[in-house]
Ligand binder design. Structure first.
Ligand SMILES: Cc1cc2nc3c(=O)[nH]c(=O)nc-3n(C[C@H](O)[C@H](O)[C@H](O)COP(=O)(O)OP(=O)(O)OC[C@H]3O[C@@H](n4cnc5c(N)ncnc54)[C@H](O)[C@@H]3O)c2cc1C
Length: 216
């Protein structure tokens, strides 16, 4: 199994037994997350911006308006930090100090670069579109030259990353296990509901099967 090297930047110090550095674990979490948060530092002011991502091999693709401050900042070669978080449940402990959440999260670091070539941009947009909705690229209007020009695509080689995972029940103080309070986990599941057609949909257009059967 391949791993990210542990450095002072990505080594989990707090509860290191929850950490994972292998590509497989980290990439699975990245792929499951619908969005990421991108952290940048500009003039000594941190900004954390939510956005859509897709992983392609050992890189992350981000896209947005050419005028986006975030993308311009990345494009200038500044290092960034990206996080994703999946919540699996609420952990209700006997002692409120031990209340927690079950989660799978990733923190990663890298320096991005812009994809200029129109074919490369198209391939990236294809990856972003198909990741969110497999089958959609071949069943919609593709980006025009103008739209392509107005879009910046950033490719971010993942230099360094960590996953941190909490699973299981509450971890209470030994003396509290005999007490009267309920404790346990309330699992959380995120799912899509039935599709709702656009009220402006031309009549006679059925919901395509890739939408009807859409699941994540
Ligand atoms: C849903 C959720 C809720 C949380 N709630 C709390 C809370 O209420 N209080 C609290 O103290 N902590 C909470 N955490 C844990 C929190 O994310 C940090 O791990 C923790 O606070 C330690 O931070 P630190 O900067 O001291 O970590 P350090 O261990 O010093 O971090 C060193 C490096 O480890 C990696 N790392 C740290 N945390 C994570 C992570 N979560 N995922 C992936 N990599 C990581 C990063 O690369 C980081 O640079 C929560 C995490 C999640 C996902």
């Amino acid at each position: 199994m391949s791993h990210f090297i542990k450095t002072t930047r990505n080594r989990v110090k707090r509860l290191p037994e929850r950490a994972a550095y292998d590509h497989e674990t980290i990439y699975k979490i990245l792929d499951e997350a619908l969005i990421c948060h991108v952290g940048i530092a500009q003039d000594n002011q941190p900004f954390v911006i939510p956005t859509i991502h897709v992983r392609r091999g050992d890189t992350l693709l981000l896209h947005g308006a050419t005028t986006s401050r975030l993308l311009q900042h990345i494009q200038a070669g500044n290092p960034i930090c990206v996080t994703v978080t999946l919540i699996d449940g609420l952990v209700v402990a006997r002692g409120v100090f031990h209340n927690s959440m079950n989660y799978r999260s990733v923190v990663l670091f890298g320096v991005g670069h812009i994809l200029d070539d129109p074919d490369a941009k198209n391939r990236a947009l294809h990856a972003l579109t198909e990741r969110l909705m497999p089958g959609r690229w071949d069943d919609a209007r593709l980006p025009s030259k103008k739209e392509l020009k107005a879009t910046t695509i950033i490719e971010l080689p993942i230099e360094s990353a960590t996953a941190k995972i909490r699973a299981g029940g509450p971890k209470d103080d030994a003396e509290d296990y005999e007490r009267e309070w309920w404790a346990g986990v309330i699992p959380l599941e995120q799912k899509f509901l039935a599709p709702q057609s656009d009220p402006k949909l031309r009549s006679g257009i059925p919901v395509p099967s890739y939408v009807k059967n859409f699941k994540r």
